[in-house]
Write a protein that binds this ligand. Sequence first.
Ligand code: AMP
Length: 281
Amino acid sequence: MFYLFKDFTQMKILLNKTSLTKSLRHFSDIGFVPTMGSIHKGHLSLISKSNQTCHKTVVSIFVNPKQFNNKKDFKTYPKNIKKDLKTLSQSKTVDFVYIPKFKDIFINNRKPKIKLINKDKILCAKFRKGHFEGVLDVMNRLTDMVRPTKIFMGNKDFQQFFLIKKHLEKKYNTNVVVCKTIREKNNVALSSRNHLLSKENLILAGKIVRKLINVKKNIKNKKNKNKYLLTVKDGFQKQFKIKIEYLELRDITNLKLSNVINKSRLFVAYYLNGVRLIDNL
Ligand code: AMP
């Protein structure tokens, strides 16, 4: 109950590893929300969960160059620290914002790289070579610094959540919690990358999600579900003039291809006007 009386007027901004370590040393029940900034309501929902369940909430903002398999994608990734700090402060749910520099994360700390096994080289891992190795590397380092009781992650990036849970939960005795995807009114999942889309593209993305929701409903009656999805993929590419990397039904307990609806989700990644969007339904 004492969380109700927390004073958030003093959201602390930590700009290096030393100040992070100093500020967190007295706290044992820390909720951690790692982000790449361009804060939106999806991020705020994770922060709110952390605030409700943990004594202190730490949000990190770090656009990790090591997880970008495409230089242009890294360069154009939306950044707006000033606006982010205002949003986080106004939310009154954040105790600490950690904005490290590259050297705070990667220098003076030689950690063995976490490698993906072949079985995990599916979905985004198949199409973005080195991406999850970069994500796991930075999450390994951040978790080591923050030592959180809980890490809050979005369901939109389910494969990311799945791999972080698998590799870091036991290692750091933390609990990796998945939170529901927050969407625009037209059903498009909120994402920092949506800033790169035109209004027309956002409307089109809405149409695509709604069609996919219908596909998920229809799939129940199909004998070979993933074969059916190959035809859907073809049709969508032609109709919407988009490039779909994958459209697959997978079991959320192990991410294997699935032929049953139960405990499965429809995973999609596609390019809309050069912007890569992912979702699962
Ligand atoms: P990012 O800043 O894109 O790296 O995302 C930081 C965290 O926010 C990740 O755990 C994401 O899964 C989560 N996230 C991103 N978009 C959403 C959303 N629309 N709803 C809920 N969580 C999200």
